[in-house]
Write a protein that binds this ligand. Structure first.
Ligand code: PLP
Length: 450
């Protein structure tokens, strides 16, 4: 109770209503966690269906990550990369990432968050085109409801219009096109034809602006915060072909999808495309310390190396040795415990089967997943995508609150319940997740129908 009082008195949480924080008497205080379960200050055990915030892939309580951080802190807690200096852990981590990414993605720039990684993308891409002698290529194409972060550039790249209101965003040079959201925007249409239409919207916008002015296309392989939007078959191949046709850089934001979430190390491997730049964060360290990485192709780095100028961008904590050491060990855990295989051939299919059962619920319009990320769409009338109250966003938060009260942490995105559990989740825990969601749907059904 005292912590909740101090939370209201002094602490401003991220992405929150401060009025609501005050009105409910402070945030729920999470005090410890183990495996896939978090515990709050009132002694409630809550199954973490969100892996923290799409990030604690190896689960909670990994003592070896704490030990490696301790060792590195005692050896060398910090040194910068500004003075033609570097430390061993980020070099080792960059080498490891280059091996996992393969192909041309052989150069890694470190930052501390996904937002910073996408800010790096913004400046790096424009710098690249300047050096190439095509300074008019400034425009980024992104998609509606994309989430690329919360800084000025990354929120501008993002396509959530409600995030643009505060701070007068987007900054100039960002265009937003259709998202491949079949359930919301293509319902009743053949999914593959819908995906082709969504890809065509990108090409149409490129042609309307002028291909010679387009710098890059950025997208999440599967949109996460936008509602777990899994693109129809063929979509990514068409997007890649469009980028190649007009010489536009393809940037994939793998902040959620990277490191096994979709059952492959990276989403671009799952969808069979070859990006020029990849943003990574979250699962890179399983959230144990803040670190992100921006992978860049050889061709881009060759261009940057064709001039004497510094790339005057980067952060005090770029290549932080402790964060890098922890990330490296986290990747070792994923490899040692074969967690990517586990997502692909064990818990991923089990999760899909459990969601398929949930799809039979009268309030569920669609239950979709890929690997270990999924969403359940709540509808007013089975067989349609009609929403309760005739508008989006009424049912989702009610069901979410009932899930949390029932012992499952999930997130509501409009009228869908999104899930992204740790890779170590058990079959029993997946069954429990689905049972809690079904019970929450039953519980709110009457109120929604009233
Ligand atoms: N990109 C994607 C796809 C994300 O989901 C997020 C965060 O949820 C970000 C970028 C921003 O990352 P961060 O919150 O670490 O700045």
């Amino acid at each position: 109770a005292e912590l909740r009082r101090l939370d209201v008195a002094h602490h401003l949480p991220a992405q929150s209503s401060y009025k609501l924080q005050r009105d409910i008497g402070g945030s729920r205080i999470i005090v410890r966690a183990e495996g896939s379960t978090i515990y709050d200050g009132d002694g409630n055990a809550i199954l973490d269906g969100m892996a923290g915030l799409w990030c604690v892939d190896v689960g909670y309580g990994r003592a070896e990550l704490a030990e490696v951080a301790r060792e590195q802190m005692l050896e060398l807690p910090f040194y910068n990369t500004f003075f033609r200096t570097a430390t061993p852990p980020p070099i080792a981590l960059a080498t490891k990432l280059a091996g996992l990414l393969g192909g041309e993605l052989q150069h890694i720039f470190f930052n501390s968050s996904g937002s910073e990684s996408n800010d790096t993308v913004f400046r790096l891409v424009r710098t690249y085109w300047d050096i190439k002698g095509e300074p008019q290529r400034k425009t980024f194409i992104s998609r509606r409801n994309a989430y690329h972060g919360s800084t000025v550039a990354s929120a501008s790249l993002g396509g959530m219009s409600y995030m643009h209101v505060q701070g007068d965003l987007p900054i100039p040079g960002v265009e937003h096109v259709m998202q491949p959201y079949w359930f919301g925007d293509g319902f009743g249409e053949d999914p593959v034809a819908f995906g082709a239409r969504a890809a065509q919207d990108i090409e149409d916008r490129i042609l309307a602006i002028g291909p010679e002015k387009i710098a890059a296309f950025i997208g999440e392989p599967v949109q996460g915060a936008g509602g777990v939007i899994i693109p129809p078959d063929g979509y990514w191949q068409q997007v890649e072909a469009i980028c190649r046709k007009y010489g536009i850089l393809l940037v994939l934001d793998e902040v959620i999808c990277g490191f096994g979430r979709l059952g492959e190390w990276f989403g671009f491997q799952k969808f069979g495309v070859t990006p020029d730049i990849v943003s990574m964060a979250k699962g890179l360290s399983s959230g144990y310390l803040p670190i992100s990485a921006t992978a860049v192709s050889r061709a881009i780095v060759e261009t940057l190396r064709s001039v004497d100028d510094d790339f005057v961008h980067g952060y005090t904590y770029s290549g932080h040795p402790v964060a890098a050491a922890v990330a490296l060990r986290n990747l070792e855990i994923i490899e040692r415990e074969q967690l990517v295989d586990r997502v692909r051939s064990d818990v991923g299919p089990y999760f899909a089967a459990a969601l398929a059962r949930l799809a039979a619920h009268p309030l569920v319009g669609e239950a979709r997943s890929l690997g270990l990320i999924g969403a359940v769409e709540i509808v007013a009338e089975k067989g349609t995508n009609r929403r309760f109250g005739g508008r989006e966003g009424m049912a989702g938060p009610m069901v979410r609150d009932a899930c949390i009260a029932g012992g499952l942490m999930v997130r509501a995105v409009r009228d869908s319940i999104v899930m992204c559990p740790p890779f170590i989740i058990t079959h029993e825990e997946i069954d429990r997740m689905v049972a809690i969601i079904a019970a929450a749907l039953d519980q709110v059904a009457e109120t929604l129908r009233a």
